[in-house]
Design a protein around this ligand. Structure first.
Ligand code: FAD
Ligand code: SF4
Length: 488
């Protein structure tokens, strides 16, 4: 029964689910930081929604979730209906509820912000986890098979979301990934303290139950040709992500114990989830790195984005004695989520803002000693409106370190197997999709569609979800198939 009355938000403060105590986190607990709401907590928190009539939260959410409507269903304990409604806009709601930077998206535009925004992400996670645990599954009983078949390259959020909507449209989706498990960066990039890997295993069961087929450990362009896929399938979706490391060109970056962020996180994820750390190497990183023992070490992470935050917090869990994040702008201009920065601080990470790395230094024996940095001040905005970090002359110092992790970001590369069939890319490696008289997300090859980081550049899970979902609708249009209607 609903407990709602108009001013519930004044009586009940915003509350997130309980977190793992900091002592456990700093002594190597890799469990998901945030626990789960129980029914009463979820109903209370959902009941804080004002139903303001102008749901900025939905507009700011990149998939335009029907948030006030599913908050109402939670209050009425109609969890399966809430889960079904969540899935009409978002094929991976339990993932987004966990990893979206809600402070910048839905919750950041909640009308109640001044009183503490509704905990939208945590309720989204509660709805879908609860429904799936009760055995609820998407109902495809009214979907008519069309006989059409589409290949999806990449089992990251873009590819999985595309496959979900194709299945709901009666189109057989066959998903190829070079990795042995689905999820892309959900599995091999985002650490398990943000996203437990059992969530992805459950989602795989859901998708397989919907008729999606996975062909894993298959790299397109190596194990199977794109030409073969174009001949076998009615269309192809490309969601291959962004894996080209932004090379800062720092002198000394090739020294031992200087690690690129993604291979560090990927190998660590493989170890944490029970593997030996060795799997298929990441494209562009054909040489496997050796993960040094961080126990008792001083670790410096360069970069202030989500990847940097995952590196500092992983280093803490790996037993580093001192972990420092050096970022060239100030805190207000950090690209990472404010919530992640707060969690990192709580775990003991030290932040040094306005520090520009100049070089990585070694002693006479070639052993890493630290990072030479200069202090910066913010100058004029660049082309994207972000203020440039200008070096303050004479402010150089050495930041001592035993291990340095470089997290400067990623961009896509247009693979040769795509350009060979006429798919155009931009100079920054992004696939050209949509625009002109093409369907949304259609590339310059009529049977090929693309979305996610491969098209946008490195971004967010939820934007990859939105693009994979919408690309599937375009594919359905090309194949003259009716795609499912979305929630209003
Ligand atoms: P990916 O997730 O990269 O998936 C691409 C898939 O394509 C991979 O599985 C890859 O193996 C496969 N593939 C590539 N080439 C081939 C080929 N030739 N043949 C077969 N398969 C191929 N976003 C958030 O919203 N919140 C976060 O907290 C967050 N944290 C992040 C932390 C890290 C360390 C990183 C790197 C990113 C993070 N992101 C986060 C960003 C988010 O993970 C990505 O934006 C998102 O995963 C992009 O989805 P995608 O499907 O486009 O690509
Ligand atoms: Fe918020 Fe992300 Fe869920 Fe949208 S998908 S409601 S932005 S947590």
């Amino acid at each position: 029964m609903s407990r709602k009355h108009a001013f519930q938000f004044l009586e009940l403060p915003r509350q997130m689910p309980q977190r793992i105590p900091v002592e456990l986190r700093t002594s190597g607990d890799w469990g998901e930081l945030y626990g789960k709401f129980d029914k009463a907590d979820a109903q209370y928190q959902a009941g804080r929604c004002l139903d303001c009539g102008n749901p900025y939260c939905s507009w700011k959410c990149p998939v335009h979730n029907a948030i006030p409507q599913w908050l109402q269903l939670v209050q009425e304990n109609r969890i399966e209906e809430a889960a079904a409604l969540c899935h009409t806009t978002n094929p991976l709601p339990e993932v987004c509820g966990r990893v979206c930077p809600q402070d910048r998206l839905c919750e950041g535009s909640c009308t109640l912000e001044e009183f503490g925004a509704v905990t939208i992400g945590a309720v989204e996670k509660y709805i879908v986890d609860t429904a799936l645990a009760k055995g609820w599954r998407p109902d495809l009983s009214s979907v008519q098979p069309t006989g059409k078949r589409v290949a999806v390259i990449g089992a990251g959020p873009a590819g999985l979301s595309c496959a979900d909507v194709l299945a709901r449209s009666g189109i057989q989706a066959v998903v190829f990934d070079r990795y042995e498990q689905i999820g892309g960066l959900l599995q091999f990039g985002i650490p398990s303290f943000k996203l437990d890997k059992s969530v992805i295993a459950t989602r795989r069961q859901v998708l397989e139950g919907m008729g999606v087929e996975f062909r894993l450990g298959v790299e397109v362009g190596r194990d199977v040709t794109l030409q073969a896929l174009l001949e076998e399938f009615d269309a192809v979706f490309v969601g291959t992500g962004a894996y080209r490391y932004t090379d800062g060109g720092l002198p000394g970056q090739d020294l031992d114990n200087v690690l690129p962020a993604l291979p560090f996180l990927v190998q660590n994820a493989r170890i944490v989830t029970g593997g030996d750390g060795w799997g298929r190497p990441i494209a562009g990183w054909e040489d496997k790195i050796t993960l040094p023992d961080l126990g008792g070490k001083r670790v410096v992470v360069l970069g202030g984005g989500d990847t940097g935050m995952d590196c500092v917090r992983s280093a803490i869990r790996l037993g580093a004695a001192k972990v420092t994040c050096a970022y060239r702008r100030d805190e207000a201009n950090m690209p990472g989520s404010a919530r992640e920065v707060a969690n990192a601080r709580e775990e003991g990470v030290r932040f040094l803002f306005n520090r520009q790395p100049l070089s990585i230094e070694a002693d006479a024996e070639g052993k890493l000693v630290g990072v030479r940095v200069a202090e910066t001040r913010l100058g004029e905005p660049d082309a994207r409106g972000r203020r440039n970090a200008e070096i303050i002359q004479g402010s150089e110092s050495l930041l001592e370190a035993d291990v340095v992790i470089i997290a400067f970001g990623f961009s896509p590369t247009l693979p040769e197997w795509l350009s060979a069939v006429g798919v155009e890319g931009q100079s920054n490696g992004r696939i050209v999709a949509g625009g002109g008289d093409r369907l949304p997300y259609q590339t310059t090859h009529p049977k090929l569609f693309a979305g996610g980081d491969a098209v946008r550049g490195a971004d967010l899970v939820v934007t990859a979800v939105a693009e994979g979902r919408d690309a599937a609708a375009s594919i359905a249009e090309l194949l003259h198939v009716q795609a499912p209607a979305r929630a209003a």
